[in-house]
Design a protein around this ligand. Structure first.
Ligand code: HEC
Ligand code: HEC
Ligand code: HEC
Ligand code: HEC
Ligand code: HEC
Ligand code: HEC
Ligand code: HEC
Ligand code: HEC
Ligand code: HEC
Length: 421
């Protein structure tokens, strides 16, 4: 059946391509297909709702016309002639996917545009595609549910439904629909959680396009939930150094063996947040007994991270004090940056559960922090020393002024007495 439709469409498209090149039956010249101009398209005479689509969007701009998808005859303005031949009216979801695939899976057609051709094949393997093709269930999305039907923009166009900041909303149209999702026993809180997560804040509020959207973790066309062992790799695409540290430690091994749910053991998938420094030991206690040596390790780890936090705070305060005291802070800021680098490495390295490594980094943060605090204290003292040195200077200057004034007065008095006598 699928083959049949695809074959039919293929034949129709080939015929149409030929028809487009040859002068038509009445001997007229073929209609020129200039970019976005489709004046001779009689379909629009009756289908006013699609008029905009004839000039706007990626397809019309590349000369893809109504007939390329629907067939029919665009040169006549009457029915039934306009709908004649290989006419395809309203398409089902399966037909739609095959129609889009008829061009987008064809390397010869897509080569010129540098577009990948795997969308339909990937879509078939996704949970969505399995539902649609396997069970014929139209609750599943087809291409047009995510891209739109008649006006389609490329993913980098902000008007596109698949522009990074629009993707969560596109997925959520179905995934926040409680009635629809209840049928599949799926939760509907993904968008809400994601929006408030470190990732959602980075994406929506900071417009940080390095942050993941739904498809970064699930795939767009191949949308599936990552399984246990895959999770670390999914997160590791972006958090490479964390992933490396994680894989080196015992939790990496446990994750590969399937006894630990990768990164999700401590971070949530949709509500992803950093584990707060003062919550580290409590996190370990979720799995390791609170009287075990692994619990003690969590406590040790927490102490080091909290210490590094405090050291960074002291270092920041010291810089502020130095600046307030009028010191040249360039060099100190440079030292502060190096401490920050070590501090960030602690958050990565602790994923290996290698306390020695964490200690090493912690000591480096500490040493910078101690230096900066000492510099700020010294500056403070020398400022007082300066002020003390100034006291005799002021005293001398004042005395000089008073003496001069006394001397002037004495001179004036003698002058006055002379005039009187
Ligand atoms: C004379 C007016 C007229 C012209 C010209 C015309 N159509 Fe239609 N079209 C209609 C009407 C009326 C309907 C709705 C009635 C029906 O389903 O047949 C329709 C329905 C359709 C549908 C939806 C079918 C459905 O099942 O709802 C498609 C798709 C369509 N037309 C495409 C085209 C294309 C492509 C062209 C140009 C090749 C075209 N039409 C030219 C009047 C026209
Ligand atoms: C890239 C392929 C493509 C092109 C080009 C295209 N259509 Fe469609 N059209 C579809 C699909 C797919 C549907 C099925 C409905 C859906 O999935 O939303 C559809 C549905 C329709 C419908 C049914 C009503 C509706 O909106 O659902 C009409 C009418 C229609 N198209 C007319 C046109 C006209 C007129 C043109 C030219 C301006 C055109 N189409 C160009 C793919 C296309
Ligand atoms: C007749 C062939 C044809 C059909 C059918 C077709 N497309 Fe296209 N599509 C193209 C061409 C040509 C481009 C332009 C490529 C470009 O500019 O990158 C394109 C571009 C796109 C783009 C933008 C890609 C990008 O990154 O630039 C998307 C998304 C898209 N099509 C989706 C669809 C969907 C969804 C359908 C089915 C409703 C569909 N296409 C049906 C030929 C087709
Ligand atoms: C569940 C939603 C969804 C469905 C269904 C879907 N797409 Fe997409 N598609 C996307 C998203 C999201 C992107 C953007 C990918 C990105 O930015 O990397 C995209 C990108 C594309 C592109 C741009 C090329 C590229 O890879 O960057 C094309 C072409 C495309 N899709 C065609 C299709 C076709 C054809 C179908 C049906 C077989 C389809 N899509 C079904 C969500 C979907
Ligand atoms: C038209 C509605 C619709 C849209 C749009 C849609 N989905 Fe779905 N999705 C479904 C349905 C229905 C299921 C249930 C499939 C099943 O369980 O067989 C599903 C299942 C899933 C699953 C599998 C969940 C599981 O554990 O079984 C993932 C992951 C998923 N969708 C992600 C996405 C992403 C990401 C997007 C956006 C790019 C998206 N969906 C857009 C309807 C939709
Ligand atoms: C940072 C990665 C990541 C992002 C971003 C993400 N997901 Fe997920 N999602 C996952 C992982 C991992 C699972 C599997 C959870 C598990 O195995 O317990 C999952 C599971 C799911 C499921 C299955 C049901 C459930 O809730 O467990 C659906 C549906 C889903 N995600 C949809 C979405 C949608 C919609 C978005 C965008 C709003 C999204 N996801 C964003 C990683 C992500
Ligand atoms: C597409 C890239 C990408 C993927 C995939 C990804 N992340 Fe992120 N992640 C980011 C970006 C970007 C940030 C924001 C960093 C910032 O604001 O400094 C971030 C932030 C975080 C944070 C908060 C860091 C902080 O300092 O507050 C955690 C924790 C996190 N991600 C864990 C994960 C986990 C767990 C996964 C997998 C389930 C994952 N990430 C998948 C890119 C990604
Ligand atoms: C979600 C559950 C979970 C959490 C949370 C967790 N662990 Fe583990 N941990 C495991 C599993 C599973 C193993 C594999 C060995 C095993 O089966 O006991 C493991 C192994 C270890 C090992 C190696 C033990 C050995 O005998 O080789 C250490 C050390 C460890 N964890 C420390 C910690 C610390 C410290 C924390 C808190 C930062 C923590 N774990 C949080 C589940 C967890
Ligand atoms: C055993 C619990 C645990 C597991 C498993 C875990 N993390 Fe973490 N993660 C933490 C803790 C605790 C912190 C906070 C450390 C700190 O503040 O120094 C953290 C911090 C982070 C950060 C912020 C680091 C930064 O550079 O700012 C990211 C990103 C992150 N984790 C990603 C991941 C990824 C990716 C995985 C899987 C490869 C993972 N985590 C697995 C406990 C865990």
């Amino acid at each position: 059946m699928r083959r049949g439709i695809a074959g039919l469409l293929g034949a129709a498209l080939a015929a149409l391509a030929l028809a487009a090149l040859a002068p038509d039956a009445q001997g007229q010249q073929p209609v020129p297909r200039a970019m976005g101009v489709d004046t001779a398209n009689q379909c629009l005479a009756c289908h006013a709702a699609q008029r905009e689509a004839a000039t706007v969007g990626v397809h019309s701009q590349h000369g893809v016309r109504c007939v390329d998808c629907h067939g029919g005859n665009p040169d006549v303005a009457t029915l039934p002639a306009a709908h004649q031949g290989q006419f395809i009216g309203r398409l089902s979801k399966v037909q739609t996917a095959e129609l889009c695939g008829s061009c987008h899976s064809d390397p010869n057609r897509m080569r010129a545009f540098g577009l990948p051709t795997g969308q339909l094949a990937q879509f078939r393997t996704s949970r969505h595609g399995q539902l649609l093709f396997g069970k014929g269930d139209t609750d599943a999305p087809t291409c047009t549910d995510c891209h739109g039907t008649h006006i389609i923009y490329p993913p980098y166009d902000a008007r596109s439904q698949v522009y990074p900041t629009n993707i969560p909303g596109t997925c959520a149209r179905c995934h926040t629909d409680t009635k629809l999702m209840a049928k599949y026993h799926l939760r509907t809180d993904q968008l809400e959680q994601f929006r408030n997560s470190a990732h959602g804040v980075a994406l929506f509020q900071q417009q940080n396009f390095a942050a993941p959207t739904c498809i970064s973790c699930h795939g767009a066309h191949s949308a599936l939930p990552p399984t246990g062992g895959e999770v670390a790799s999914v997160c590791g695409q972006c958090h490479q150094l964390v992933d490396q540290a994680f894989q080196q430690g015992p939790h990496g091994l446990a994750s590969k063996a399937g006894s630990l749910h990768g990164c999700l053991a401590c971070h949530s998938n949709h509500g992803t947040e950093r584990v707060a420094a003062d919550q580290i030991a409590a996190t370990c206690d979720k799995c390791h007994a609170s009287n075990s040596k692994l619990h003690q390790m969590g406590v040790d780890l927490q102490r080091r991270v909290v210490q590094a936090d405090n050291d960074m705070q002291s270092a920041r305060r010291a810089i502020d004090q130095l600046a307030a005291a009028g010191a040249q802070v360039g060099y100190y800021k440079f030292r502060y940056q190096s401490a920050l680098t070590y501090y960030l490495q602690i958050a990565q390295a602790q994923h290996s559960l290698d306390l020695e490594k964490v200690d090493q980094l912690g000591r480096r943060v500490r040493s910078v922090s101690v230096d900066l605090t000492a510099a700020a204290d010294t500056k403070h003292e020398t400022r007082w020393e300066h002020k003390l040195v100034l006291i005799p200077v002021w005293f001398l200057s004042l005395s000089a002024i008073v003496l001069a004034w006394l001397a002037l007065r004495a001179v004036r008095r003698t002058g006055d007495r002379r005039r009187e006598s």
